[in-house]
Design a protein around this ligand. Sequence first.
Ligand code: NAP
Length: 284
Amino acid sequence: MAILITGAQGQLGRALRAALTDRVVAYGKAKLDITRLDVVRAAIDQLRPRIVINAAAFTRVDEAETTPEPAYRVNALGPRNLAVASAERAIPLLHISTDYVFDGRAERPYHEFDPVFPLSVYGLSKLAGEEAVRSLNPRHYIVRTAWLYHTLGRNFVTTMRELADRPQVQVVSDQYGSPTYAPHLAQALLRLLDSRAYGTYHIAGAGGTSRFELTRTLYRLLGLSTPVTPVAASAFPQAAPRPRYAVLTTLQDPTLVLPAWQDGLSAFVQAARSRQTGPQHPAS
Ligand SMILES: NC(=O)c1ccc[n+]([C@@H]2O[C@H](COP(=O)([O-])OP(=O)(O)OC[C@H]3O[C@@H](n4cnc5c(N)ncnc54)[C@H](OP(=O)(O)O)[C@@H]3O)[C@@H](O)[C@H]2O)c1
């Protein structure tokens, strides 16, 4: 029986496709729109997968603030549909959530049992998705991750790499998080599935850092000398409030801890270099 992945064209969807050696059916939005219960039911009934992994999401955090409905459709209704249809067939569901369910006022890394308090529509919609999955399919894994990046995809790391040809870049130094290299997360998710221990997990690059430090480390690894200036988040007003400190840690399963965020960044730089020089692998 296959593993069914939704959101297959996204950063995590692609990383999962590359990591999985089992039979995989990976559907993008055109083939499996998770906001439609009839479509979700038909796919699950036809495939009878041994597990469903939901890597689909509405991730445009600032857009969600001004147009909340699409965010709720994909991030809340979508997981609800997947939970209903997978529960009907007693199939486990692995759903991905976010550090943005926290308000970022903590003074230490957040673990799985800390109270949630989203600041943004995106965070609220993701929390609603978590709650639907938790209540509708008892065979669930909910994995909160953070600051996800991949060589394939638009994210903070690829953006900072593109900006490096400027004379200097200014980067926020008062927002902290857990940068997570998508292929590292994909490997840990496979280990989690083997554990068969349902529940809520935090899986993100180990250690925490600021966006400023992340950028400095990226440029050092790339051998670039672009000057990086620290600035306050208030210098870059954004529609959606971000948690100030959203570093994640785990109490649930220490074997799922990812490599340090610096190692994730090194792996990203290596992968980016080999994509430039080597043959192109669409799902690597
Ligand atoms: N990116 C981050 O920094 C971050 C941080 C913490 C947690 N997460 C979570 O990690 C997970 C994976 O994120 P990611 O960065 O891989 O996201 P991503 O690159 O934006 O991929 C999400 C994918 O879902 C697809 N999608 C959107 N609406 C859909 C629908 N109705 N049905 C099916 N597919 C749909 C998107 O297609 P279109 O692009 O065509 O809309 C996209 O291919 C998400 O749950 C996200 O909330 C991400």
